[in-house]
Design a binder for this molecule. Structure first.
Ligand code: GTQ
Length: 346
């Protein structure tokens, strides 16, 4: 049985003012707002950022603003549902497209938010993370987890562009977001992506396993793609051909707050992803898909990015009849699971 709750306007003005003067607020006029029936209010809107329209503006930023004046030359993919100035794709996800021109240098810093980079275009750039020089090629995923020093450099000849995915909105909301600038890092020998290149066997020094919180910082696209193709070939009936980027020592998600995945859609495949509580982001690495998200129908082609609010099913249709399509997905699952609010509503 539902009944209307009292409104703020139903109360005498002087009473409301007396409350305000004492920093008090009546709950009942706002109760349904903060605890809506059955499904949360979501500001996150299904939003599509086509690469073709974004790229020229990012290149223009390269002409307008030197790297020294930007530190990080990024156009933020902002969800209009949250208000553009909030710079969020969803409640917990920030997305940015970052440009580094040949010879440029984005200096070393570290910060509390976790970040990953999904390389979209160009060769010859690298990110040095915690002393590991990680080459950047199309589709590679590079982690810069909370607290680790990172800087970007570019020895190539063409612009390099990547998608930054951070948990900045959440970390900022918690009043825990800050950064520290540092000196250029000394590159140290040893790279996690080499040491952990083969799943199921991990490096072991004098019977000791790595104590690093983040033992693997670079996930080569060639390896992730090969894993997907092997999965697909191994079981022709497997519907969701997907891998999760994990910490190879613990098997848990690669970072603490956001989850990262690669998905392969078989030629012509239609895949329905169930309505789950986390918001999610889709970025096409190779191919093209139709993404049905709530009332939106996006055609997302290679290098495009889109986002979906939580609690909504998403249907992905591979628009290629003769080829697989590959997507990178980021979502809020690790956060929801840790907080105990994760739901799969089917
Ligand atoms: O490359 O370190 O998009 O610190 C936002 C904040 C990228 C970075 C962003 C950052 C970075």
């Amino acid at each position: 049985m539902s009944h209307e709750l009292g409104r703020l306007e139903d109360l005498p003005k002087d009473y409301v003012q007396d409350l305000r003067d004492l920093n008090l607020v009546p709950l009942w006029p706002s109760l349904r707002g903060v605890l809506p029936p059955n499904i949360p209010n979501r500001q996150t809107q299904a939003t599509h950022w086509p690469y073709q329209t974004l790229r020229p503006l990012l290149i223009k930023a390269g002409e307008l603003t030197p790297i020294e004046k930007a530190e990080r030359r990024v156009l933020v993919l902002a969800n209009p549902g949250h208000g553009l100035e909030k710079m969020q794709a969803s409640a917990a996800i920030y997305l940015g497209m970052q440009l580094l021109m040949p010879g440029e240098w984005a200096p070393s810093h570290r910060h509390t938010p976790n970040a990953v980079r999904m390389i979209v275009e160009g060769e010859g750039a690298y990110t040095t993370v915690d002393g590991e020089k990680c080459p950047m090629s199309r589709g590679d995923l590079i982690l810069t987890p909370t607290g680790l020093w990172h800087e970007h450099g570019h020895d190539g000849t063409e612009p390099v562009i990547w998608l930054d995915v951070l948990d900045l909105p959440l970390v900022y909301y918690m009043e825990t977001s800050y950064h520290v600038n540092g000196d250029r890092q000394t590159v140290v020998p040893g790279r996690g992506d080499k040491q952990y290149a083969h799943g199921g066997v991990v490096p072991t020094k004098v019977f000791e396993r790595s104590k690093k919180a983040y033992p693997m910082l670079r996930y080569a696209w060639s390896d992730a793609k090969a894993a997907l193709e092997t999965l697909a070939a191994d079981d022709e009936l497997l519907e969701q051909v997907q891998v999760t980027y994990t910490n190879p020592e613990t098997g848990t998600d690669a970072e603490n707050i956001l989850g990262f995945y690669a998905l392969m859609l078989r030629p012509g495949q239609t895949l329905r992803l169930p309505a789950r509580s986390p918001a999610q982001v889709f970025h096409v690495i190779e191919g093209s898909v139709k993404a049905q998200i709530t009332n939106s129908n996006f055609t997302i082609v290679a290098a495009d990015t889109c986002c979906a609010p939580g609690y909504e099913a998403v249907t992905l249709v591979n628009l290629q009849q003769d080829k697989a399509t590959f997507l990178f997905i980021a979502d809020e699952s690790p956060l929801h699971r840790k907080l105990g609010v994760y739901e799969n509503r089917g």
